[in-house]
Design a protein around this ligand. Structure first.
Ligand code: HEM
Ligand SMILES: CC(C)=CCC/C(C)=C/CC/C(C)=C/COP(=O)(O)OP(=O)(O)O
Length: 316
């Protein structure tokens, strides 16, 4: 809201019709407000969650996807996930001021008020849960509430208390893939739990790289991340490797199930993808410098959509 306009906009505005300036100014104000609200929802995490949930829905519907229902499930999941991130940022609005990465977020920077954030949080949660329950099914709605509670009520305060927070956050982060599955009406079978298992394990290499990159900031904020508890990074390296390693056999399970079309092709690619991620986790654990952490983080962000694409390509 308080961002100054670039000079060319100010100059153009000065010579324009006052009515159009008013309209333009209003439009700019609305757009800026909307972008602050959007930022509160951590949209990039939501988008990746929706990609994996959408892929899970496709995998759960070998007979063909019920597109209108799945689109509604994804939109409603985005509302619930967005609400969780708003609640997380509201709870951490003072703590976030202590980290450069988060200090300019809409709440700590004062661009959005507490009252606005609370209204948005409650409205998106209520709309998302009702939408899921009434238009999709109540199993998916309950999973959404479970993920919201795990993230907001357990994970967020636990960040200040114990490095076990990451495992709890990983549960919250893995639930949306189950939501994509149940949105189709399919029961939670071994394949569904396997997908959730991969997403759960994936978060260890993903986050240990981040925990290393921002270890000084986390320490300043009082967050008990593993790289704060053990500043050498050795334990973070072990957790990154453990997650990346266990993920390979778990990601193999779909190849053994009857729903899989080309098991050997799938296995080969899944081992290759998981292998690259594991190699980078080992490199990070051994070197423990900024570039090895950044490379691992980038690899994790590629792994997930690549693995889901692979699953979709080879499944029935
Ligand atoms: C324990 C669980 C997790 C933790 C603690 C965590 C934490 C973080 C943090 C702090 C960042 C920002 C990194 C930066 O600013 O450089 C980040 C980036 C990201 N995370 Fe996670 N994350 C977790 C799980 C997930 C899950 C489940 C997803 C989605 C499936 C996800 C998707 C992303 C994406 C797409 C980015 C890049 C976004 C950007 O560029 O800002 N994360 N994560
Ligand atoms: C349907 C539903 C409720 C889905 C929830 C999905 C979701 C928001 C997953 C996030 C996983 C996670 C632990 C992110 C890090 O938060 P952080 O607080 O460590 O990140 P920060 O330091 O950037 O705030």
């Amino acid at each position: 809201m308080n961002r100054p306009n670039p000079p060319h906009i100010v100059a153009e505005a000065a010579s324009a019709d006052p009515r159009s300036v008013g309209a333009l100014g209003l439009l700019a104000a609305v757009a800026s407000r909307f972008s602050d609200y959007l930022e509160l929802t951590k949209p990039r995490i939501v988008v990746l969650e929706l990609i994996v949930a959408g892929a899970a829905a496709a995998l759960a519907s070998p007979q063909g996807l019920n597109v209108p229902v799945v689109i509604q499930a994804l939109a409603a999941t985005a509302l619930v996930a967005g609400s969780a991130s708003i609640a997380n940022q509201w709870l951490e609005r003072r703590i976030d001021l202590r980290m450069r990465r988060t200090a300019n977020r809409p709440l700590p920077a004062g661009r959005v008020s507490s009252a606005e954030a609370i209204v948005l949080c409650v409205a998106t949660l209520a709309a998302g849960v009702a939408w899921l329950g009434l238009q999709v099914n109540w199993t998916t709605a309950i999973l959404g509430v479970a993920s919201w509670i795990t993230y907001v009520v357990i994970y967020t305060p636990l960040k200040q208390i114990s490095s076990a927070n990451t495992a709890v956050g990983a549960v919250a982060g893995a639930i949306p893939i189950l939501m994509g599955w149940t949105a189709t009406g399919a029961p939670l079978d071994l394949t569904a739990w396997t997908l959730a298992g991969v997403l759960f394990l994936w978060q260890f290499p993903h986050f240990m790289a981040i925990a290393w990159l921002y270890r000084a900031e986390y320490a300043r904020a009082g967050h008990q991340m593993l790289t704060v508890v053990d500043p050498t990074g050795a334990r973070a390296g072990v957790q990154a490797i453990t997650g990346a390693l266990l993920l390979i056999p778990v990601s193999m399970i779909p190849a053994m199930l009857p729903t899989s079309g080309s098991p050997s092709l799938y296995s080969l690619w899944a081992i290759a993808l998981g292998g690259v991620q594991l190699a980078l986790a080992i490199r990070f654990a051994v070197i423990r410098d900024e570039s090895s952490a950044r490379l691992l983080l980038r690899a994790t962000l590629i792994y997930l959509p690549a693995w889901m694409t692979l699953l979709l390509m080879v499944s029935v």
